[in-house]
Write a new protein. Structure first.
Length: 280
């Protein structure tokens, strides 16, 4: 891994929200789009490596962590609004084309960005998008994702989380409680995580499920779209989504080291693979 890069933080006012973002390094812009309840910290383990070549930008999607809602979010247009936020962020950062790496729910959102604003984009790596329309059992998957949110509303967070883990094919449970007396910073981080998880299981999954990608626009897109999967996530819902996108576009999926979160579990190899894909 490279030396630690200098982080510049800022906020961008967009209609209805204030977006927090971070910038590292210099060179062509590489925007990293997180999924689900994740935020600007998601790609910490590969940022410094990539920042030796790229101007790496990470951000908190609206309503998550440090990005604040200034008015209610229209859930019926959540994917479109999140994509428009990225469009505005890129317009603020550069007047040339940017590269994007998007993972999980962010990978679904970037499909909307590519369909509507291809002129802003160079290479877009779409890593394991969990979109039902990319799967052969799309209606069954869509109903199951809706059920996760219904379960959150009726039975709470952990019941919804259990159903979600079963649905996506990953085993696991809630994170262990931290030991010792919590500091004010720890309490703030825990509250932020709780807020993000409530948003994810209560609203986000439902709207990712309902989104219908415009495959005709994606096929005609002037930017380069690279479907991607993890080599260790075979059989999982999001991996199948990446393969489904590759089939839809008539392209081969790039295989990245690790699982759905390979950028965290195998950061050195993952960053090397991302560089290779971006360089074409």
């Amino acid at each position: 891994m490279g030396a630690t890069s200098t982080i510049k933080t800022n906020t961008l006012e967009v209609p209805g929200a204030s977006l927090y973002y971070e910038v590292r390094g210099s060179g062509p812009v590489l925007l990293m789009m997180p999924g689900g309840p994740a935020d600007a910290a998601t790609f910490r383990r590969i940022e410094d490596d990539l920042a030796s070549t790229y101007r790496v930008v990470t951000y908190d999607p609206r309503g998550l962590s440090h990005s604040k809602l200034n008015e209610p979010l229209d859930d019926s247009r959540m994917v479109q609004i999140f994509a428009d936020d990225v469009h505005r962020l890129l317009a603020t950062l550069t007047d040339t084309k940017a590269n994007v790496f998007a993972s999980s729910g962010g990978a679904t959102i970037v499909l909307e960005l590519a369909a509507r604003h291809p002129e802003q984009l160079d290479t877009v790596v779409v890593h394991e998008p969990p979109s039902p329309d990319l799967l052969p059992n799309s209606e069954e998957t869509r109903a199951a994702m809706e059920d996760v949110c219904d379960t959150h509303d009726s039975e709470g967070l952990w019941a919804a989380a259990h159903k979600f883990m079963v649905l996506i094919g990953i085993q696991g449970g809630p994170p262990p409680a931290p030991e010792g007396v919590p500091t004010p910073e720890t309490l703030e981080a825990q509250a932020m995580m709780q807020q993000n998880m409530e948003f994810f299981f209560g609203r986000y999954i439902r709207n990712i499920a309902r989104y219908r990608p415009d495959f005709a626009a994606l096929k005609a897109c002037s930017c380069r779209i690279v479907p991607a999967v993890g080599e260790d996530s075979r059989g999982q819902l999001a991996h199948e989504g990446g393969l489904g996108l590759a089939r839809r576009l008539g392209r081969e999926a790039a295989v990245f080291p690790g699982d759905h979160s390979g950028f965290d579990g195998r950061p050195v190899e993952f960053a090397a693979k991302l560089r290779k894909v971006l360089e074409g």
